[in-house]
Write a protein that binds this ligand. Structure first.
Ligand code: HAM
Length: 419
């Protein structure tokens, strides 16, 4: 039985083949995301993977709605697998914001589902770090959020040589649009056309823009001029004070596809331009109000960073560490008469927090030793009896090949500094 196209199996390393996805790499990425978010004071939240269909048709925009995994459930409800986290977050905030002091800084690592055309960097499910700040209208929040985006990537070993955040402004584009087209209802079509500019044939975009009475040359000129608005300059200054200038540049080529953005928007890309966007986000000051039916009105901003492009980028830049079971020791039982005492030792070491493996059935000692090496255990531990009949443990460091005999009570502390 095959898995569905665009979905992944995650295996522990070593992987069955070069196309397999690594559960270890996924954890490595999640750990880096979580630790960066914690360093910025963000708290973790989560929501349901299945939501009422309406939550996403309200304001996410036509593109994402066209990619929904939706169906009618057994209770005749129209439901959808979440394609993004932001509407769920807006719903949760609308229901609970009184409990939390502002600004609210929350993050989540949801699995998301989009029925996309499969291509490099785009699958039908992905995990996404979402970090959002709610209840802060000041532009300083943008700088704090973008700083977290940068540090989430730096935590994985990426530098300003590897990626850049392209900063833009829906406000700047909105003024551009209203100067040329008086029909406000067409603004989403305009944003979509600009969003696709780099991925679509120029004549296709030119045609779309012409329908709005806008020339593609005009759009290209605006992007090329790239003069920062006062808001963008303030974000740049804030990031400069943090020493993070190298990671950002103003680029109006970014506008974002989603319909709910209202202010500064941004996307992170690899510097060589080999991959799709690593992350994207921006300010969305009207979404909480819309989703709460006008009851709660809070400014908000956030970003989403996917695991698919990021994993590809880390592989391409040689930034994927070697993963193994991280075992402190393999307890080798050469003589089965030592099994009970060895089991006691295994349990004591595990109780003390050490990662221990051993052969659960009687096995030739050379095979056990080989297994210890395959598992990259730091030590092999073997019980032995001294001349006076007392039990002791022989520890062999598999790297240095050094051996020493230690009392049973001291095995754990000898393994302590090994990983
Ligand atoms: P998005 O730009 O749709 O934004 O997605 C953010 C990131 O998720 C993308 O840059 C990409 O890395 C990854 N991604 C999206 N779709 C796929 C896919 N089909 N396969 C693999 N990776 C994908 C949002 O979702 C916004 N809700 C982010 C946000 C949070 N805005 C404010 N707060």
């Amino acid at each position: 039985m095959e898995r569905l196209p665009g979905f992944r199996d995650f295996f522990p390393e070593p992987l069955p083949n070069a196309e397999s996805w690594s559960a270890d790499l996924r954890n490595h990425i999640f750990d880096a995301w979580r630790s960066a978010a914690h360093r910025y004071g963000f708290r973790e939240y989560d929501g349901p993977p299945l939501e009422p269909l309406d939550l996403f048709t309200l304001k996410s925009g036509d593109e994402i709605v066209g990619q929904l995994f939706n169906f009618t459930d057994k209770g005749e409800r129209a439901v959808a697998m979440r394609p993004e986290m932001t509407p769920t977050l807006a719903r949760m905030i609308a229901a609970s914001e009184r409990t939390y002091k502002k600004p609210i800084k929350w993050f989540s690592i949801p699995q998301l589902f989009r029925y996309e055309k499969q291509q490099k960097g785009r699958l039908r499910e992905h995990f996404q770090l979402n970090a959002d700040i709610i209840g802060e209208a000041d532009i300083a929040a943008e700088a704090e959020l973008i700083s977290l985006l940068i540090d989430s990537l730096r935590a994985l070993g990426l530098t300003s040589e590897d990626f850049v955040i392209r900063l833009s402004s829906r406000n700047a584009w909105h003024s551009f649009f209203t100067d040329r087209c008086k029909d406000e209802s067409k603004a989403p079509d305009f944003y979509q056309a600009v969003d696709k500019l780099e991925r679509e044939q120029p004549d296709v975009t030119a045609q779309k823009l012409a329908l709005l009475g806008i020339a593609i040359e005009d759009v290209n000129q605006f992007i090329a001029a790239g003069a920062p608005t006062a808001e963008l300059q303030s974000v740049l200054d804030n990031l400069a004070a943090r020493g993070l200038s190298d990671f950002v540049r103003v680029d109006y080529g970014v506008i974002r596809g989603l319909a709910y953005y209202t202010g500064i928007v941004f996307e992170a890309f690899d510097k060589k331009g080999e991959f799709r966007a690593i992350a994207g986000g921006g300010r969305y000051n009207n979404l909480v109000k819309l989703i709460s039916g006008g009851k709660v009105d809070l400014p908000a901003l956030g970003f989403g960073m996917g695991d698919v492009v990021l994993a590809e980028l880390l592989k391409a830049r040689g930034l994927v560490p070697k993963f193994h079971a991280n075992l402190h020791a393999y307890v080798l039982i050469e003589d089965e008469s030592f099994r009970s005492d060895s089991l006691r030792l295994v349990q004591q070491l595990r109780d003390a927090g050490r990662a221990i493996e051993f052969s659960i059935t009687a096995t030739k000692s050379d095979r056990q030793f080989k297994r210890a090496i395959e598992l990259s255990a730091k030590f092999v531990v073997q019980l032995q009896k001294g001349a006076d009949g007392t039990l002791a443990a022989k520890l062999k460091n598999l790297k240095s090949r050094e051996e020493k005999i230690v009392a049973l009570a001291e095995v754990s502390s000898h393994l302590e500094s090994t990983i």
